[in-house]
Design a protein around this ligand. Sequence first.
Ligand code: NAI
Ligand code: MG
Length: 491
Amino acid sequence: MSSIDHPFLRNPDKALFIGGKWVDAIAGRRMDAINPADGHRIATLAEGDAADIDAAVAAARHALEQGPWPRFTPAERQGLLLRIADLLEARSESFAVLDTLDMGKPVRFTRGAIPLLVDLLRYFAGAARTIHGSTPQTSLPGMFAATVKEPVGVCGAIIPWNGPLWASVLKIGPVLATGCTLVLKPAEDASLAPLMFADLCAEAGVPPGVINVVTGLGPTAGAALAAHMDVDKMSFTGSDATGRRIVQASAGNLKRLSLELGGKSPHIIFADADLAAAAPAAAMAVFVNSGQVCSAGTRLFVERSIHDAFVEAVVAHAGALRFGDGLSADTDLGPVVSARQHARVLGYVEAGVAGGARLVSGGDRPAGDAFGQGFYVNPTVFCDVADDMRIAREEIFGPVLAIFPFDSEDEVVRRANDTPFGLGAGMWTRDVGRAHRVGGALKAGSVWVNCYNALDPAVPSGGYKASGWGREYGPNHLEEHLNVKSLWIQT
Ligand code: NAI
Ligand code: MG
């Protein structure tokens, strides 16, 4: 165990959080929490499985139907979410450092994300007061009809490792706003912040059983949650391959599903754009969090007349990014999350080279002893990439950018849309007509013009095509957690 002084790691052996209590996995198995910056163990986790999922779902069902939670008014749910937001704000540094230690993102970024997460919780707090049905006029004589919104019930959520606190807030916020209950299964590579956040929720007054956290592996704990016959809704964020398994597992009781499955997002640079702003944005659209971002702009299309100069500017920006201690304020780039992900990313680099793409920069580990034990990858840029290569089609989830020249608007729209995914898309141009034309033609849930990866609690985010089902953020996010009941009264 490495000797890191963090309040949550003073007791480094973590348990499951079920029914408001910290409990060991029934089978007693444990697994390691690893710091990807040096490969050292920083904590151990309980390895829950199907039996622990059963216990957590039973606790969530009990809390949904009995005890104080079903009697919480919207005002009380709002107050609870506001207390959680205040506590997170007060402890932001502790959460930022914990995420950095557990998954490698430099603290500048884990810290930078917290104001948005606090804002999200306050948004959901407000949203708890906005839930309402309607009274449609019927054409049946003497008949009154009203619609009523009810919590969908026991929710399950499975989250990835690229933003453990972020994903926890996104799953817990709407559950509390609507009066549902939750069993959360964090990613095995980054479970610490979700556990600490569950602890914070309990401290804020979330009743026992409303939020449960079962750490464990995907194929055991995760699969059991997705297949559970007493879970009413599943929300999954992760790879499209696992997303397909969730769909199959959910068929038993036909539970409601929302899926956020990543992508291979196009980022288009027209020659008329503000290139001085576009080049660093294009680099950071893929290199931030070492490429482990679902909406990363991994396919960069550059108009041919500016292609070579733009590639040079992107490579220069990438080359100036600083690796280093994730806890130091001026570090730009950290490791990827695990040895497995490191090997996976370098495997894609090999596939790119073998396929004939031109490696312009990166593709290896940064030099220096400091990086030898960690899972670091230099920012990697490929040119001369064919549209059908694996590095042009599959989500890599590492700092790997493929750059393509293009000649016309129609051509770039067709190529940008030629992907099974449709999460995000970006475009830089000063031509407002083109911004509307191209923005309308791109098949993606979010289109950013002269910016990339902008997010706000009020604005929906989600995928077209194989990038997923449903939307998070905004009013749609709440609706996914509500059932509509039509009430008929013969007057
Ligand atoms: P994954 O999609 O398998 O893992 C995400 C979550 O799903 C984890 O909590 C995991 O325990 C769980 N899981 C895994 N197998 C499961 C199963 N059979 N049933 C239920 N839950 C299961 O992703 P993984 O293996 O960590 O990463 C592989 C690739 O997936 C990455 O290289 C990246 O391309 C993609 N990915 C995409 C993400 C996104 O947000 N778009 C997030 C994480 C990974
Ligand atoms: Mg870890």
